[in-house]
Design a protein around this ligand. Structure first.
Ligand code: PHE
Length: 378
């Protein structure tokens, strides 16, 4: 019995002195583990005479319980001390600014498209879309560019390999027939045709989106963005076009002194066709929009193509050109972004370089609105 007491005292003393959790675990194994000294004492009970067992069993059980409790108490103590220490060390100063988090930004092309949608919504234009994989008929024929039209060659079109309709050999004339030939749309103008066909007249839409041409240098990429505008109604004339473009460009560039020059031009799908230039001045070596390009030191920059929708296009789209007239325009979104936000290489738009995006991107909170400004910088 004395031995038990000595063993217990010694064990409790060593447990109290244990420096850390691993020392404590070593002591647990030493006393209560399978080969532990207290476990060994428990095993001796089986071989004892009943009287002796009755006498010693409670003492050994008490010893085991005592060691067990001492281990648990010391462990709890250590864990509490560790928590205290961590709480003391890990202070959190809530008055500090939030840490820098990785965050994305809105691409200037998306931002400009949102700006344009906002400006044109105010003029009553809805946003329309069409497929980027387009057929020959919508992209060319219905826009008054038949098979042999020379303007087709100027579009550097990406064609798909001829696809035959079910059951026909790929080389059959029907398969190669103009309506079936598929391509990547070379402009957003096919959306004019699609919208007139699907919703009839009157129409007031803009159609932003990707277009494709086999062309690549600092100002051309094989994929770029255009926005198409179309207004069809009764008695629409060039004056409506000019006012609409002027209103749009003043709102977009946020300057009242934007001056436009309309030049006669040619597009198969508009008649008459008008190329629109915008006046700029040179300030600190940079072109700054505003003012007449005819003033000394000023110039004109070609901005967009437009015109009165050709009656053939209105006919192709299923409307009566004697009843419905309208104007259309097409402008490069990337180019608008470059002019407004000062990038000089178009190719960087599509590199996905995060440094460029961080610099030229917009905050998702920076929603363009006419009241707060369509060009607020992040
Ligand atoms: N689709 C023409 C282009 O891509 C632009 C345009 C659109 C011109 C509408 C006139 C009217 O160059």
């Amino acid at each position: 019995m004395e031995d038990y007491r000595t063993l217990e005292d010694q064990a409790r003393e060593r447990i109290a002195a244990a420096a850390d959790l691993s020392a404590l675990e070593a002591l647990r194994v030493e006393y209560l583990g399978k080969q532990g000294s207290v476990s060994a004492l428990l095993k001796t009970l089986g071989a004892m005479a009943p009287e002796e067992r009755q006498e010693k069993a409670p003492a050994i059980q008490a010893l085991r319980q005592s060691v067990f409790d001492a281990l648990a108490a010391r462990k709890a103590e250590m864990e509490a001390a560790e928590l205290e220490q961590r709480l003391a060390a890990e202070t959190l100063d809530l008055s500090l600014p939030a840490p820098e988090m990785p965050k994305g930004s809105v691409h200037p092309v998306s931002q400009v498209m949102d700006e344009l949608a906002e400006i044109f919504a105010d003029l009553g234009f809805a946003v329309a879309t069409g497929p980027e994989i387009e057929d020959d008929w919508h992209n060319f024929t219905a826009l008054n560019m038949p098979e042999s039209h020379p303007a087709r060659a100027m579009h550097d079109t990406f064609y798909f390999p001829d696809a035959a309709p079910e059951g026909e050999p790929a080389s059959s004339s029907a398969a190669v027939g103009q309506k079936r030939r598929m391509l990547l749309r070379t402009h957003t103008s096919p959306v004019q045709v699609r919208t007139m066909m699907s919703q009839g007249a009157p129409v007031r839409i803009i159609a932003p989106g990707r277009v494709y041409r086999s062309d690549s240098d600092a100002t051309h990429t094989p994929m770029f963005h255009q926005i198409e505008g179309l207004m069809i109604d009764r008695g629409i004339h060039l004056g409506h076009l000019k006012w609409t473009l002027e209103t749009f460009l003043k709102a977009f560039f946020e300057r009242e002194d934007i001056v436009l020059r309309l030049r006669p031009s040619y597009f198969p799908f508009t008649e008459p066709s008008v190329e629109v230039d915008v006046g700029f001045a040179i300030e600190n070596g940079r072109r700054v929009l505003g003012g007449s390009g005819d003033e000394p030191g000023h110039g004109w920059m070609e901005l967009l193509g437009s015109g009165m929708v050709n009656r053939r296009v209105i006919e192709f789209s299923g409307l009566d050109p004697d009843e419905w007239q309208g104007f259309a325009f097409g402008v490069g979104v990337d180019r608008l972004a470059m002019l407004k936000y000062g990038m000089d290489d178009l190719r960087a738009f599509f590199d996905g370089d995060v440094r460029w995006l961080r610099h030229y991107g917009f905050s998702p909170f920076d929603q363009p609105t006419l009241s707060a400004g369509v060009g607020a910088r992040a």
